[in-house]
Design a binder for this molecule. Structure first.
Ligand code: ZN
Length: 54
């Protein structure tokens, strides 16, 4: 239901921001991937979390 290509992923992300699959979170400061919604990097404590959709 989730993996329907790019359009499906974008639609999924739009429907549930910070959702599970289709989105990856990566710290802008140290590059650690948090995997799930995170307001703060578990490694360096930075709040600069980049959000990638795939
Ligand atoms: Zn970090």
């Amino acid at each position: 239901m989730v993996d329907e290509g790019v359009m499906g992923v974008l639609e999924t992300v739009r429907n549930r921001l910070g959702g599970e699959s289709g989105t990856r979170y990566e710290c802008r400061n140290c590059g650690v991937t948090t995997g799930r919604t995170a307001e703060q990097c578990p490694n360096c404590g930075s709040t600069e979390i980049a959000q990638y959709e795939f």
